[in-house]
Design a protein around this ligand. Structure first.
Ligand SMILES: Cc1cc2nc3c(=O)[nH]c(=O)nc-3n(C[C@H](O)[C@H](O)[C@H](O)COP(=O)(O)OP(=O)(O)OC[C@H]3O[C@@H](n4cnc5c(N)ncnc54)[C@H](O)[C@@H]3O)c2cc1C
Length: 568
């Protein structure tokens, strides 16, 4: 007897849709990469696509995700965030570093800072230098970077930027006088300005692109999923936590998942594509028996396929804020006042006022010393002194730079502690664990201080609030970084592409090595974290992966000359 189709409330506006028993593609995670893939794979009506997303829908009325300036509210809230924490970090006084991850349609792109950075072209040359990774050079990635974006600030003749892709990018308006002082100060400190950090020359300081459209966050779900959600061959199921990849021998045949009120279901798939992000994809592989068999056995999981690299090679960007008090009443501090919120909210309904900006409007990239080939430090300038989660240290007017090394050689790992996906995995980054990492941190803080102490800030600065002048020696600086450093929210590289024994994903197909019918496409497949925020690289690789999965001819490489610093 044929089982009747299951009925579920989906996150579509049309509310009720039946789930089939089998799909061509089951995408685990309707986050950043998952949204892009769902769009591209369902473009052919012959492909049936199911997206299973653990979080809830990105409701149109949810002001906390759609208002750019409200970005601190979802972080640390169980309604939007997986709320992870690292294991005690051995080189940070045993501190656990908290890690937000989007648990909502759009994933982390629905709760992130909206800053759009491709990274340096040399990041991709580094990727391509690894065996088997030739097709991930900058020339190969550039056509996908262009395909996915509509960069409003670029000239139509710009060879580096796209003008007609789904990701709408507007450039920071940098109207606050503190931005003017910042741009002047960086030049006084000996750095150059650049016109576009995503263009021919990343090195230098400029206004940043952001994922905001007419004053509203433009998440991956908004850009890729909502425009196609009525396709008959695409089903999006929210509040569906995938608990296991079902396998027969070395082939994935479907997934099991949990719905609200403890209901459990399974669905068959020709292909299962994991898009759960750098923590959840390796976790799901491990609970499904794919990982280091010795570790799997030690936590009671029966191994299906020995793949020792799953969960290894964990990378991130650690950052701190160097903050100054401001003696002129020009910073954004008054906007933090509770009584102002209704006014900001009301103005934002017309897409006006401070609610319409993410306020990370400018920054830049420099090399911390003359031996590095390309910028290893990123700065974000913010015309307010405040923590990412919205808490201000000293109150009053202020401003800050966010600073941290971009391709540190510290490496961590992630391991499940049981076979239940609801148990959070244990992970450690080993931040600050190498001499190079420590040296870059000392150089980073010196570089930030040099900029903030230039004459251009004289009329504004009332002195350094954090770390404060008492933190004067290298030892004190490192002590402060250990105490105050936080994630910049860029965990990645835990299922890295490659062809060696410790790699997890085949770079030419995105297949999990040694398995059939199973692929991974998200931040976990990067071999090395890129120099900058990583949403743009994730979306680029999802666009390229769609072609690889569909068997389409990849876009032709575009070899271009880009800026290279001559090292001594
Ligand atoms: C607070 C914050 C600020 C950030 N700021 C920036 C920024 O300004 N600029 C930038 O470039 N980058 C930023 N990032 C990083 C960037 O947003 C992420 O690296 C990127 O979006 C990751 O994309 P992804 O597809 O790998 O994962 P995600 O977008 O996180 O998607 C994973 C999805 O899978 C779902 N999922 C996971 N496990 C399961 C399961 N078992 N079953 C079903 N669904 C599951 C999750 O709920 C989620 O929706 C920020 C990130 C955060 C968290």
């Amino acid at each position: 007897m044929q089982t009747p189709p299951l009925l579920f409330v989906t996150c579509k506006n049309v509310s009720v849709k039946s789930l089939k028993k089998q799909y061509d593609y089951v995408i685990v995670g309707g986050g950043s990469a998952g949204s892009a893939l769902a769009n591209r794979l369902s473009a052919d009506p012959k492909n049936s696509v199911l997206v299973l997303e653990a979080g809830r829908p990105d409701y149109w009325f949810d002001v906390f995700i759609h208002m750019p300036a409200a970005l601190m509210f979802p972080i640390g809230s169980k309604f939007y965030d997986w709320m992870y924490s690292s294991q005690p970090e051995p080189h940070m006084n045993g501190r656990r570093v908290s890690h937000g991850r989007g648990k909502i349609l759009g994933g982390s792109s629905s709760i992130n800072g909206m800053i759009f950075q491709r990274g340096n072209p040399l990041d991709y040359e580094r990727w391509a230098a690894d065996p088997g990774m030739e097709s991930w050079s900058y020339a190969h990635c550039l056509p996908y970077f262009k395909k996915m974006e509509s960069c409003l600030a670029a000239e139509p003749t710009d060879r580096f930027r796209g003008k007609s892709g789904p990701l709408h990018l507007e450039r920071g308006k940098v109207r606050n006088p503190l931005f003017g002082a910042f741009f002047e100060a960086v030049q006084q400190a000996g750095h150059a300005l650049t016109t576009d950090v995503n263009g021919v020359k990343q090195e230098g300081f400029a206004a940043f692109d952001r994922n905001v459209k007419r004053g509203r966050r433009y998440s991956a779900a908004r850009a890729y999923l909502h425009p196609v959600k009525r396709r008959k061959n695409l089903t999006i199921q929210c509040r569906a936590l995938v608990t296991k990849v079902v396998t027969e021998g070395k082939r994935a045949t479907g997934v099991e998942f949990r719905l609200p009120f403890g209901r459990t279901k399974s669905v068959a798939a020709r292909e299962v594509i994991l898009c759960g992000g750098a923590f959840n994809s390796p976790q799901l592989l491990q609970v499904s028996g794919i990982g280091n068999e010795e570790h799997l056995r030690s936590v009671g999981i029966t191994p299906v396929h020995h793949l020792p690299g799953v969960g290894e090679n964990l990378q991130d960007h650690l950052e701190v804020y160097v903050q100054h008090g401001c003696k002129q009443p020009v910073s954004l501090n008054p906007l933090m006042k509770f009584w102002k919120r209704p006014f900001i909210g009301f103005a934002w309904l017309f897409r006006k006022g401070p609610g319409a900006s993410n306020h990370f409007e400018a920054g830049g990239f420099i090399r911390s010393n003359d031996t590095v080939k390309y910028p290893n430090l990123m700065f974000h300038f913010l015309p307010i002194a405040v923590r990412y989660d919205g808490t201000a240290p000293a109150g009053g007017h202020g401003y800050q730079v966010h600073i941290g090394p971009m391709y540190s050689n510290s490496r961590g790992s992630l391991k499940v502690t049981s076979g239940d996906v609801r148990d959070k995995p244990a992970f450690t980054f080993n931040y600050l664990s190498t001499p190079e990492d420590l040296q870059e941190w000392v150089e980073a803080i010196a570089a930030a201080r040099k900029i903030l102490n230039q004459p251009a800030f004289a009329e504004f600065s009332s002195g350094e609030i954090s770390p404060g002048p008492q933190v004067a020696t290298d030892e004190r600086v490192l002590e402060w970084v250990r105490k105050d450093g936080e994630t910049a929210y860029h965990p990645s590289c835990t299922c890295r592409m490659g062809v060696d024994e410790m790699s997890v994903v085949d770079p030419t197909s995105m297949r999990v090595r040694g398995m059939e019918g199973l692929r991974v496409v998200d931040a976990s497949v990067m071999p090395y974290v890129t120099n900058g925020n990583i949403y743009a690289p994730v979306m680029m690789l999802a666009e390229k992966a769609a072609d690889l999965i569909l068997g389409a001819t990849p876009l032709a490489p575009e070899p271009v000359e880009f800026y290279r610093h001559e090292t001594r």
